[in-house]
Write a protein that binds this ligand. Structure first.
Ligand code: FPP
Length: 258
């Protein structure tokens, strides 16, 4: 694939994932290895977060979701939590003009109600101001937990049954795709590729539902060191994988392309 500036990429436009999800791990270790405060690692990480949205848009990826704060991250030291919340507000405020110019639409996955008012206000303003962005969806996962998302959907289903808006017969024939419609991710594309940096090989409660068939990719780089080349290597690796969704390789190969 050829970028606008003539750079050639090791994959074709038809083979790129539609939705890439990223666990941005390693900010703390990056900072510690330089005798810097952890927040400095997050600050440098925020620069990479901003860049990866553009690298993804350039590669024709439709949606990118970044795990910025998990439901478990509230247990971190209070000054780190406060610093992260303030950093989010600062970055989004500073980047609003750029996001609009580049056609980036900000969306949120997670429970916003627990965020500090200032962070929530900036987010709401940015979501509204970028709503027309058509090039890429930047899905900021904030106070997000995959288990919480599934529990919330189960609660909704139980309520619907209790209120009679879903019948016993409908419940008996309930399929995974019906359940997905109750999840927070209802309007998101399924995650095709899930990348984690920082050398750990786990999912940490991110996108649990879609992890069922997402391709996983792990990088040893700490998040502040993550770069365009490493990202495009991950996309190239994805583009060569055969996604079988439980079928055989022969079945996949004989399927007419959509
Ligand atoms: C994990 O590294 C990183 C986080 C919990 C926070 C990530 C948040 C940012 C990079 C800021 C994002 C800003 C925007 C606008 C998206 P860690 O602290 O767990 O690292 P460690 O495992 O090395 O300690």
């Amino acid at each position: 694939m050829l970028l606008g500036n003539g750079t050639s990429l090791p994959f074709t436009k038809d083979n790129v994932p539609s939705h890439v999800a990223v666990i941005m791990d390693g900010n703390g270790r990056w900072a510690r290895s330089r005798n810097l405060p952890r927040l400095e690692g997050h600050r440098r990480g925020a620069d990479v977060a901003r860049n990866i949205v553009e690298w993804a848009a350039d590669a024709h990826i439709r949606q990118i979701s970044l795990y910025a704060f998990s439901t478990e991250n509230w247990e971190r030291p209070q000054d780190e939590v406060n610093g992260l919340m303030a950093l989010l507000a600062t970055i989004l405020t500073a980047q609003l003009g750029n996001m609009r110019k580049k056609g980036v639409r900000l969306r949120i996955l997670g429970d916003m109600s627990a965020l500090p008012t200032i962070t929530r206000t900036v987010i709401q303003r940015t979501v509204a101001a970028t709503a027309e962005g058509e090039r890429i969806d930047f899905i900021l996962c904030l106070n997000y937990g995959g288990q919480q998302e599934i529990v919330d959907a189960a609660r909704t289903l139980a309520r619907q049954f209790h209120e009679g808006s879903i019948t016993e017969e409908a419940l008996d024939s309930f399929r995974p795709e019906d359940f997905r419609r109750l999840l927070w991710r209802d309007t998101l594309l399924p995650v095709d590729l899930l990348i984690r940096t920082g050398g750990e090989c786990r999912i940490s409660n991110f996108h649990l539902w879609d992890a069922a068939y997402a391709e996983l990719y792990f990088s040893d780089l700490f998040w502040p060191d993550y770069n365009k080349e490493a990202f495009y290597q991950a996309i190239a690796a994805y583009s060569e994988r055969e996604r079988r969704f439980g079928l055989t390789s022969a079945q996949i190969k004989s399927k007419p392309s959509p």
